[in-house]
Design a protein around this ligand. Structure first.
Ligand code: WTA
Length: 654
């Protein structure tokens, strides 16, 4: 991109004037401040934005790098910072959550009411013996109770680990087992798109697999009214448990490094890893990004459409907005029910001012709007909006432009926020009242964040040259370790390639030759991004080979207009390769359902192809590069002379 071809889109004077970070000079000044005194930059905000029980005296402790510590001698409580201090500041009657259920029913909860709910839940957990440091797995849909459960855990210092409601029994079992959880909080079921989907029966199945023996209590929230099996002495209805709990609860004041939560995410090898986050540093970045990336103001109505099962839901639903005393919308349902105008109608009804969603959702809504004017954003009054956001995957310029023109009416900056489960909050993102925008670019690092594009040896690459995305300095909200596996933490994120000095994001990136703006070029490991959900190819392969029909499997991604990437599986069966299309169809369905059961429906391959073998080098290595080409339907022009068995390429063409 040269300056002639790049058209920068500038924020309006109105937005710039009122923004927390107002204009590029203000952005540069913050970056310069962090450059001049890195620790001081973060310490200043940590003192200003967080209420500490015991103030910290030490900012960054690098003595045991890469296990960095931030604000280590300070004590605080996240739930206090999100709730009590807002009530104490006079916001008790302000609406904290506008909850819209799948069926359209709206419930509003004030800060005072939310605090009381969290205290009751925290008291219930304590009454069951849950104490500081105990892990609680939460397997709940998008409901007020999900947020309350997370906040209650934070209140008593029990790290939570949310398992997304779309994950299977096996996935739930593995996470409970790895975390050694003492409690599970779940619901009878969840509503999605007008249907009631069971959850508790999945939890029962997880328990029946063995390995969940650490769980002493299961709390069940009644959401759908579906039939559930309750195990005497272990399972209890939430409403029964809450019945006599007091509405006040002294918070557990924890050290800043105390783990606030674990969140499992996919890596390139092995089982999902439990990303461990801290209390103080994590909260700081949640607040700073709410203030600077979203420019949150007391008058805003903030809406992040993520699920609490993902990190975006943690930082930008459960913690960030509440820590800033904001009013936020929480949505149970799906964007296409009762029709694809649901998001736009909700923005209109609740007068949302900041809207944060994923490119996949936008792409699917573009498609729907193109064929039905009634669900086009232009059919709704979206004039309340002032800032738009995107997260989870690269947003293609066409979708960006549509979002900008049709949802934002050409007046709302789009913050394309690049970050990861491991980073806790935004890393590279425009600031709405400062950064000129370029569709498809996440632009520049958040103030203080030291991202760079380097080569395999860690040497800086010039702008215009694609390479590996690293972060050169530790930052407060970074992953602290992988739960129970510190070696894997070091290997995954601080590899020897960079002398253990740089955080390896796992993505490739390129900086524009003129502007220095970052564009993420995609994962450089075997992690796929399907509809903004992270999936390890190895995880899906392991699930496939666990099926009795399958001898071998290789999984790759291919670009998909709607989901960003789609999963393609190449499978060698133990029996003969099906040549009859009907027989093949049957096996494809069986394998796809199997993966859905092993991991969750989001991991189901879009395309399954059979071969007598997989393309391998003479040394037996699967040639994934070839498979990626085949998956895309490319004509194979590569040299296949090193292939052991070139004939099977024909079978795998699909
Ligand atoms: C990708 C989600 C381009 C990236 C918050 C990253 C993005 C992975 C963007 C993390 C973006 C996320 N532009 N790519 N704005 N945001 N990604 O852990 O590959 O679910 O490494 O965190 O999503 O996914 P995760």
């Amino acid at each position: 991109m040269s300056n002639e071809s790049v058209q920068l889109i500038y924020p309006s004077d109105e937005i710039v004037k009122n923004a927390a970070v107002s204009g590029m000079d203000a952005y540069r000044a913050l970056c310069a401040e962090a450059e001049a005194d890195y620790e001081g930059f973060w310490a200043k905000r940590a003192r200003e934005f967080i209420t500490w029980k015991t103030p910290f005296t030490q900012t960054l402790d690098e003595s045991n790098a890469p296990f960095f510590k931030w604000f280590a001698d300070g004590k605080l409580n996240v739930s206090y910072n999100c709730l009590d201090r807002n009530v104490e500041a006079g916001l008790g009657d302000k609406v904290a959550i506008i909850f819209e259920a799948d069926n359209g029913e709206v419930t509003k909860v004030t800060y005072k009411e939310l605090l009381a709910k969290v205290c009751k839940m925290a008291n219930l957990l304590r009454s069951k013996g849950v104490k500081k440091g105990d892990r609680v797995v939460i397997y709940l849909p998008m409901t007020i109770e999900g947020i309350v459960a997370m906040q209650a855990c934070a209140r008593i210092g029990a790290p939570h680990s949310i398992v997304f409601g779309g994950f299977s029994a096996q996935s739930l079992r593995d996470r409970i087992n790895d975390a050694g959880a003492v409690m599970l909080i779940t619901s009878d079921g969840q509503f999605r798109g007008g249907k009631a989907i069971p959850l508790k029966p999945i939890a029962d199945e997880a328990f029946s697999m063995g390995g969940c023996e650490s769980v002493k209590n299961v709390i069940v929230f009644k959401r759908t009214g579906g039939d559930v099996n309750m195990v005497a002495g272990r399972d209890e209805w939430l409403h029964d448990g809450l019945a006599n709990q007091p509405e006040t609860c002294e918070p557990e004041w924890v050290e800043a490094e105390h783990p606030l939560f674990l969140l499992y995410t996919s890596g390139s090898t092995g089982k999902p890893k439990g990303v461990q986050h801290s209390t103080g540093g994590y909260l700081l970045h949640a607040i700073m990004t709410m203030k600077w990336t979203f420019d949150i103001k007391p008058t805003d109505t903030f809406w992040c459409t993520a699920d609490i099962g993902w990190v975006t839901g943690h930082t930008y639903i459960t913690y960030g907005p509440l820590a800033c005393g904001a009013t936020e919308i929480v949505f149970e349902g799906v964007p296409t029910y009762p029709d694809a105008g649901r998001f736009w109608k909700m923005i209109q009804d609740h007068k949302a001012t900041i809207f944060y969603t994923a490119p996949t959702a936008i792409r699917s809504l573009i498609k729907a709007a193109d064929s039905n004017a009634a669900v086009h954003p232009k059919s709704y009054d979206l004039s309340s909006l002032r800032i738009l956001g995107s997260v989870g995957e690269p947003i293609n310029p066409a979708a960006w432009q549509w979002y900008y023109d049709n949802v934002g009416g050409g007046r709302c900056p789009i913050v394309d926020t690049f970050w990861q489960t491991e980073t806790g909050g935004h890393m590279i993102t425009p600031l709405p009242g400062a950064t000129p925008l370029v569709p498809g670019s996440c632009t520049l690092p958040f103030p203080g964040i030291q991202f760079a594009v380097v080569d395999e040896t860690g040497a800086d690459l010039p702008w215009g040259q694609g390479g590996i995305l690293v972060c050169k300095k530790p930052w407060p909200s970074m992953i602290r370790t992988i739960w129970g596996d510190p070696d894997r933490f070091v290997k995954s994120y601080y590899p020897a390639d960079f002398q253990g000095k740089y955080y390896l994001a796992g993505d490739g990136a390129i900086r524009d030759a003129d502007t220095g703006y970052f564009t993420i070029t995609g994962r450089i490991d075997d992690v796929l991004n399907v509809s903004g959900h992270r999936m390890g190819t190895m995880e899906i392969e392991s699930a496939l080979v666990a099926n009795p029909l399958v001898a071998e499997a290789a999984v790759v991604g291919r670009p998909d207009d709607l989901t960003g990437e789609a999963i393609v599986a190449f499978v060698v069966l133990k029996g003969a390769r099906p040549t009859d299309p009907e027989a093949a169809k049957k096996i494809i369905k069986e394998l796809s359902d199997w993966v859905g059961k092993e991991i969750g429906p989001i991991a189901k391959p879009k395309d399954i192809r059979f071969g007598d073998n997989l393309p391998k080098t003479r040394s037996g290595k699967i040639m994934r590069r070839l498979l990626r080409g085949l998956a895309k339907g490319e004509e194979l022009t590569q040299d296949t002379s090193t292939l052991e068995n070139p004939a099977i390429l024909e079978q795998l063409k699909g």
